[in-house]
Design a protein around this ligand. Structure first.
Ligand code: GLY
Length: 586
């Protein structure tokens, strides 16, 4: 059945414009000033929100509201996820995108689930040595900040595939809110204003980006309206022509022209050939909870289930949250999973990935048996020293549940904040720098976090390995939580700790999300821990076990939804680490 949504002029459907948006901006300022925010403001709130019939939690109020409006009008969770994702492409330019890619996990009310893979692909000309400069050395610049760093975008194809198979509303109605936000503008938050001001010097080298995000060369202030007319035009083509509005015709031509100008390799042929894929999700279990997550080309679901399987044989609740003993077992499970990630994980269309073994309880038992309860890395040493690389927080995650209990978990990205920094002239959207997620060069492994293993090298049309871990938790056939996070390789460990906080520590929804987190990735031999994860004196006990402890900045931005087991109410929890995160529901 197709649901006819009301016209965009209907107040229930209209995305936030100046008035409502300004109210949200004021709420943000209050939140930043430390004032508690009541969970009652509508239509979108930055605090925890309870709702009965539908919920969206995302990284920008207008985007959460665009999705919630679709739900109110009778659209399903897939419809709402598409509207939210397209709205984020307008209001959250650090990571929201149509020029990037990502993953969507869908759980249907009857417990079936599926995964939509819209990860970017390498262009046809790609090869494993493509990030080597004229001097014969690996070049960070080419790998991460050049036209060669751009992968063939997947987002529009992914949303179109999800809609074709599982949507219920009419496509144009899902795109229209983002067109309006781009054409009429939206209220710039304090966080976005600061972010854009901070990038101003860097963006001077990218004229189309500079023109798009500054007014006559001056940064927008919080509360001002940012309109993006070229982006509106592209979204109109997507609204009217579906995926062809992006992968063929004017948009594809503009992308290919920009590639040619900047020495990139993506052609109109690469764009026309791009296809999103539907895949079987990874399924695991943890103390009676069902875990549904993303399969390769993400490493996320596989590593998550592997780590949960290892921890299942440990009395995690007995060790207690925030203790050195708990941290030790957490780190050891990470050390194993990240080693296997480096050795085996890659695009399954190109590499034989032993997912069944990696996610089996038997394999986890073997690994667990090698873990020494008091000493680090005994059976699986990390033989590269150094501090863990800082990971970008600029991917974004959002969660959706509809009135029937259909749940959608989406993590998508441009890779770094604002991706490649390259805005397609005349098309108004940023291109990703996702090729940076391929391994740098065969055999190149070092303390910066580079790993030169074979499976994840750049090859024509291969998808680069990801850590994005959109996940859904269920129990006894009932939905329990929709979770995920940005944060590069830290994503998998953030989602792991969300599950442990939920299952072992039985924390409240707010505590599950707010609790401090840690990260270890096998190489280098270092753990990064959010300040407050444990008292610093306990950190010394952890160090005495052989761990290199680095106290660090915030890890992850987990915009999640939980189902209250007693009442069935939906509890939307924007991560307090993000002052722009917002829940909207009804
Ligand atoms: N670019 C972040 C990820 O895919 O893991």
């Amino acid at each position: 059945m197709r649901v006819k949504l009301p016209s965009p002029d209907d107040p229930g459907m209209r995305p936030l414009k100046a008035t409502a948006g300004a109210a949200i901006a004021l709420l943000a300022l209050a939140a930043c000033a430390g004032d508690p925010i009541d969970s009652s403001p509508t239509p979108a709130t930055r605090g925890v929100l309870q709702a009965e019939a539908g919920m969206v939690v995302s990284a920008y109020p207008d985007a959460s509201e665009a999705g919630a409006a679709v739900l109110r009008a009778g659209g399903n969770a897939v419809d709402a996820a598409i509207a939210t994702g397209l709205a984020l492409a307008v209001t959250h330019p650090t990571a929201g995108n149509i020029g990037g890619g990502g993953f969507m996990i869908i759980r249907f009310p009857d417990g079936r689930a599926t995964a939509i893979d819209f990860r970017e692909k390498a262009p046809l000309r790609a090869h494993p040595e493509m990030f080597v400069g004229e001097d014969g050395e690996y070049s960070y610049q080419i790998h991460h900040r050049s036209h060669l760093a751009v992968g063939v975008p997947g987002t529009v194809a992914g949303f179109a595939l999800a809609h074709e198979r599982y949507g219920s509303a009419d496509w144009p109605e899902l795109v229209e809110p983002s067109v309006t936000l781009a054409r009429d503008g939206f209220v710039v938050s304090e966080r976005l204003a600061a972010s854009l001001e901070g990038r101003m010097e860097a963006f001077r080298d990218y004229p189309a980006t500079f023109e798009q995000f500054y007014r006559d060369g001056v940064p927008y202030r919080p509360g001002e309206i940012l309109a993006q007319s070229d982006l509106a035009g592209t979204l109109e083509r997507i609204r009217d022509e579906g995926r062809d509005g992006f992968y063929r015709g004017a948009t594809a031509r503009l992308i290919a022209e920009e590639m040619e100008r900047g020495g990139g390799w993506i052609t109109e042929e690469d764009l026309a050939r791009y296809e999103a894929q539907e895949r079987e999700p990874i399924r695991g279990s943890y103390r009676g909870h069902e875990i549904i997550s993303m399969p390769p080309p993400s490493s996320g679901g596989t590593a998550l289930v592997q780590m949960l399987n290892i921890l299942e044989g440990v009395d995690v609740a007995g060790l207690g949250a925030g203790t050195p003993e708990y941290a030790h077992h957490l780190i050891e499970s990470m050390r194993h999973a990240f080693r296997d990630r480096a050795m085996h994980l890659a695009d399954p269309d190109f590499a034989d990935v032993p997912v069944a073994r990696l996610t089996s309880k038997e394999y986890a038992a073997e690994l667990r048996a090698g873990i020494d309860a008091t000493a680090a890395g005994v059976s699986n040493p990390s033989d590269v020293e150094g501090a863990p690389p800082a990971e970008s927080m600029e991917t974004t995650h959002y969660s959706v549940v509809d009135a029937d209990g259909m749940a959608v978990s989406v993590t998508y990205t441009l890779e770094g904040g604002y991706g490649s920094y390259i805005t397609v002239p005349g098309a108004g959207f940023l291109l990703n720098n996702e090729m940076g997620d391929f391994n740098a060069r065969p055999g190149l492994t070092d303390a910066r976090g580079l790993i030169g293993t074979e499976p994840n090298l750049a090859r024509p049309e291969q998808r680069m390995l990801s850590s994005m871990t959109p996940t859904i938790v269920a129990r006894d056939g009932e939905l329990v939580a929709v979770i995920g996070s940005p944060g590069g390789r830290t994503i998998i460990n953030t989602v792991l700790q969300l599950v442990v906080n939920l299952v072992d520590f039985r924390e409240s929804p707010e505590e599950i999300v707010a609790a401090k987190r840690l990260h270890h990735q096998w190489l280098p031999n270092a753990v990064r821990m959010e300040t407050g994860f444990m008292p610093e004196a306990d950190g010394e006990r952890l160090a005495a076990m052989g761990h290199e402890v680095n106290w660090g900045r915030g890890q992850g931005i987990a915009h999640c939804i939980f189902v209250d087991a007693e009442t069935g109410a939906l509890v939307g929890v924007p991560d307090p680490r993000d002052s722009d995160g917002a829940a909207a529901g009804h």
